[in-house]
Design a protein around this ligand. Structure first.
Ligand SMILES: C[S@@+](CC[C@H](N)C(=O)[O-])C[C@H]1O[C@@H](n2cnc3c(N)ncnc32)[C@H](O)[C@@H]1O
Length: 276
């Protein structure tokens, strides 16, 4: 894949990634955070006329093949109730592929636990797989506000919260997520939440992100799913509305000084943002 400009203000390397085993990053010309010459350990930095191309050493990259992903999944400690939920989804619901993968759910639950999160939000519940993983990771007095517009999904998820014995932790809001989030703002939940997970309509991500930055406390996490969009964000021939909106979001979050970030290539890509 030729690394030609992904974003209008990013510069492309003259060599393609596939021709070169080194890792590289396209750095925005205008970003004040980056001087034109930088060193990342052994990484090589080359300056072009107005932009910078950074080579990040020669760390080996793994392509996540199906057998390798199967191997990872065999090493997941998936709670029984989540496995049952997943299997019933596959047997009875359409769109099971939109749910996070078990390795993603395990990471979400680990983040909640590491963070000692008590108050959480999820935007986009579907069958309840990720929200149940979060609820199971919460302490007994933990609380998750979960937003979902589809009535059938709401009923399915509620059944599993009950089966897992965590229904007392989950406040499932049926309706548009933006309305639910705004109602939290209106009732004064500013800086109240420790953790938020966004996995719904992609074009609304910037709106959810801005509202969540108000609802989440300093040091709290906002995790956004699908940020690599099956790799389409790096495919210059993919310019559909959703891919373009995710690229724009990724660029804006990269430049957003209100958060620390880590983009993790798990599932279809997750960005973990920590509010500063
Ligand atoms: C990708 S699925 C969520 C999967 C879920 N997080 C999981 O991993 O199990 C997206 C869900 O968001 C819901 N959704 C999409 N747009 C929404 C909106 N504007 N308000 C509320 N829910 C929405 C859809 O109905 C769908 O169930």
């Amino acid at each position: 894949m030729a690394a030609t400009s992904l974003f209008s203000n990013f510069v492309a390397s003259p060599r393609s990634l596939s021709q070169n085993s080194s890792l590289r990053c396209l750095v925005p010309a205008s970003s004040a955070a980056f001087p034109t010459t930088r060193k990342y350990g052994a990484a090589v930095v080359r300056a072009t006329q107005s932009d910078t191309v950074v080579e990040y050493g020669r760390k080996e990259l793994i392509s996540l093949t199906r057998p390798l992903h199967d191997y990872i999944l065999q090493n997941i400690r998936e709670p029984e109730v989540l496995r049952e939920l997943r299997e019933e989804t596959m047997a009875t619901m359409k769109g099971e592929e939109t749910s996070v993968s078990p390795d993603q759910a395990q990471l979400l639950s680990m983040l909640v636990q590491i963070h000692g999160a008590k108050n959480c939000i999820e935007v986009g519940v579907f069958n309840g797989y990720s929200s149940l993983a979060i609820a199971l990771a919460l302490p007994e007095d933990g609380h998750l506000v979960a937003c979902e517009r589809d009535a059938q999904c709401v009923e399915f998820a509620k059944r599993y919260y009950k089966r897992a014995g965590v229904d007392h932790k989950v406040d499932l809001r049926h309706g548009l997520a933006v309305d639910a989030l705004n109602s939290l703002l209106e009732r004064g939940d500013i800086d109240k939440y420790d953790f938020a997970f966004v996995d719904a309509d992609k074009v609304m991500y910037p709106t959810y992100y801005e509202i969540l930055l108000k609802l989440v406390r300093t040091g709290g996490l906002i995790v956004l799913d699908d940020v690599l969009w099956s790799g389409k964000v790096a495919d210059t021939s993919a310019n559909d509305a959703i891919t373009s909106s995710i690229r724009e979001l990724n660029k804006n979050i990269f430049q957003d000084k209100r958060v620390n970030i880590s983009m993790v290539p798990i599932g279809t890509g997750m960005t973990i943002c920590r509010k500063l």
